[in-house]
Design a protein around this ligand. Structure first.
Ligand SMILES: Cc1cc2nc3c(=O)[nH]c(=O)nc-3n(C[C@H](O)[C@H](O)[C@H](O)COP(=O)(O)OP(=O)(O)OC[C@H]3O[C@@H](n4cnc5c(N)ncnc54)[C@H](O)[C@@H]3O)c2cc1C
Length: 614
């Protein structure tokens, strides 16, 4: 699987009314997972166990009807993406799913849509029994109260981009925020209740169902300002902010969570709260990076906007070293160049260090003009071209820049794929480089923050040695924009005021080691998976990660781009913040109505979130 291959083209310019409700038994059958899961789901027996369809406590049809009335009719039965194909392969609904499954906006428009089609031995997409397709915080509150009163397994979904599968669960009730996608700009925003001690700042408010492309269109393309969000355009705003969240230019502007000024959230008690630095500051802090799906249902977010740099740009190319020794020299030279010239707020995104002695550049810049960018990269490019016996240029090397306001413009942007479905928003599209990820089935995935100390003096050779050793097993991606060392002091200070592991501020990059294969949704017509090869792949990812851990043993890992099987997740995701997050969880959600895999407090529950262990 290839992650974002960034923007070469761009910068190279001259760059439901509830249908007749199925019976509980039919609903249970529909919701049952169709592919192997990690083990048999325990039946709820104990106090504080949750109920499944068929259990005595499962709501009656009259009960569901009451919920439907309370949510303005927005209660729908959920069917898996390829349910129609399983019933009747020639049906129009099956054709529609098959034709659109590689469009992330189509996947996001389906109540059962997950942007990842599963993870080997970890999880398989499984639809909820019902979903509340919420249009207001009052409807969300009604759904939260219903789930709490009936002891249901509750799931929250926005953009559906959870790698860890935390926005779908069988036998559950889903609160789906997709329809709450309004975006509004503020010239001077002061968080509620903060007027005495907070300066008014330009900001943008978004409903929880908005995607980043909706904000980039409103804030940058139309209004000429900047908001810090994520790289992938179809990722949900609420999910990413609760992850911490990094975009291409985070080295300049910090994490997305750092920019949060206020949120509206429905907590487990059904209250609609406006939280900010002045009201429920502990919950506000937890939402900023404490992980999605653990705190309540966020219904609206307000984020600071920034002055837009005049130019965004990129540097690109791919080089193959002809020997082990040449590969070491290539990486050494690159990190010398990175440490001297790129380790600053202007440069982000990635390089890929391949198992085939390749170094692929997919870097982006902000606030650097084309001429300056070219001059900066020229000595490195000249050094490579001077030794054709050692280094082969596989993809042309280059650097450039363009007007920042057009960066997310879909029309005329060769790096963007427009959503061409009838009736689709004309300003919705996704980066060409993200296509490979749409619907991917993961064999394995891991990440670790590499401390900036590894760039210093002799440490740099240890870093190169570890990258060489690791890349023998699997390609390693370094996402410079997801480590905040080198960012402006204000961005670092803001990140330290979030729940994200503080190690992020000392890391020059997030290393990501991941692989998988194309879409493999349950019920989808495709060749049988080669499970032996997939397991081999997973082991290769483990080995590559282990090599990097030798030089960064306490590195920490990014909660939303990390290993499903991470055993020390509390420490890796949140570091010293974990005890504080636990106490916020106890205060606002003592019964863990909001449960996700490896979310704060999830250690008290069975893996499926149905039975309390302690
Ligand atoms: C293809 C792809 C590209 C990605 N690119 C980036 C990137 O560039 N930068 C980056 O930092 N991360 C990236 N991620 C990770 C992504 O930020 C997280 O997975 C994020 O949580 C996704 O949010 P979502 O709403 O799209 O997903 P969902 O699966 O809908 O939600 C993710 C989690 O947040 C919870 N959640 C969602 N909405 C709410 C809400 N309103 N209230 C409470 N909880 C909620 C869900 O319950 C779930 O646990 C990417 C992931 C994928 C699959």
């Amino acid at each position: 699987m290839h992650r974002r291959e960034l923007l070469r083209g761009a910068a190279a310019l001259p760059l439901l009314a509830l249908p007749a409700l199925p019976s509980p038994e039919a609903a249970a059958q529909e919701a049952a997972p169709k592919a192997p899961r990690t083990g048999p789901a325990p039946r709820p027996r104990a106090h504080l166990a949750r109920v499944r369809p068929g259990d005595p406590g499962w709501p009656s049809e009259a009960g569901w009807q009451k919920l439907k009335d309370a949510v303005g009719g927005n209660l729908i039965a959920v069917h898996s993406l390829f349910a129609a194909c399983e019933k009747e392969p020639g049906a129009a609904a099956c054709r529609e799913a098959t034709e659109n499954i590689h469009n992330p906006f189509y996947v996001g428009d389906q109540p059962a849509g997950t942007q990842v089609s599963g993870w080997l031995d970890a999880w398989t997409p499984a639809p909820s029994v019902y979903a509340v397709k919420a249009t207001s915080s009052a409807e969300v509150a009604a759904a939260v109260n219903f789930a709490r009163e009936h002891r249901l397994r509750l799931v929250v979904k926005g953009g559906g981009h959870s790698y860890q599968g935390t926005s779908n669960a069988p036998d559950s009730l889903l609160i789906w925020t997709r329809a709450m996608n309004q975006v509004r700009l503020h010239e001077a925003f002061v968080p509620q209740g903060c007027s005495g001690n907070s300066q008014a700042v330009p900001a943008v408010s978004a409903g929880a169902g908005a995607m980043w492309i909706d904000l980039y269109n409103a804030v940058t393309t139309r209004a000429g300002r900047y908001v810090q969000g994520g790289g992938c355009t179809s990722v949900g705003v609420a999910g990413l902010v609760q992850s911490g969240g990094f975009g291409s230019f985070s080295k300049g502007f910090g994490s997305a969570a750092s920019g949060l000024l206020e949120a509206e959230i429905v907590t487990a008690d059904g209250r609609v709260r406006t939280v900010n630095a002045c009201s429920d500051p502990d919950l506000f802090w937890a939402i900023k990076g404490g992980g999605g799906g653990s705190w309540g249902v966020v219904t609206r977010l307000t984020l600071r906007t920034h002055e837009l740099p005049a130019l965004f740009g990129a540097a690109w190319g791919k080089i193959r070293a002809q020997s082990d020794e040449a590969f070491r020299r290539l990486l050494t030279r690159f990190f010398d160049f990175y440490a001297a010239s790129l380790f600053n707020p202007h440069w982000g995104e990635q390089v890929k260090i391949g198992s085939d002695h390749t170094l692929e550049l997919s870097m982006v810049s902000q606030g650097v003009d084309r001429e300056h960018s070219r001059q900066l990269w020229q000595p490195f490019f000249d050094w490579i071209r001077a030794s054709p016996g050692d280094f082969k240029v596989i993809d042309e090397l280059g650097a450039g820049a363009k007007g920042s306001r057009d960066w997310w413009q879909i029309e005329g942007n060769h790096s963007m794929i427009p959503d061409k479905r009838a009736g689709a928003a004309p300003d919705h599209g996704w980066w060409e480089g993200d296509q490979g990820q749409v619907g991917a089935f993961l064999h394995g995935y891991d990440s670790l923050w590499l401390p900036a100390t590894l760039l210093r003096g002799e440490e740099r050779q240890r870093l190169v040695t570890a990258l060489l050793a690791g890349s023998r097993h699997k390609q390693i991606e370094l996402h410079f924009n997801k480590g905040l060392a080198g960012a402006p002091p204000a961005a670092i200070a803001a990140a330290l005021d979030t729940a994200t592991n503080p190690h992020v501020t000392e890391a020059f990059a997030l290393a990501i080691i991941a692989d998988g294969e194309g879409a493999a949704y349950p019920g989808m017509a495709r060749p049988a998976m080669d499970l032996e090869a997939a397991h081999r792949d997973a082991r290769a990812i483990e080995r590559a990660t282990a090599e990097l851990r030798k030089v960064a043993p306490d590195a920490g890992s990014y909660v939303s781009e990390s290993n499903f099987f991470n055993k020390r997740w509390q420490q890796d995701y949140w570091g010293e913040h974990y005890p504080r997050l636990r106490s916020v969880k106890k205060k606002y959600d003592p019964e863990s109505l909001f449960f996700v895999h490896h979310g704060v407090g999830s250690e008290d529950w069975s893996a499926d979130g149905f039975t309390r262990l302690a």
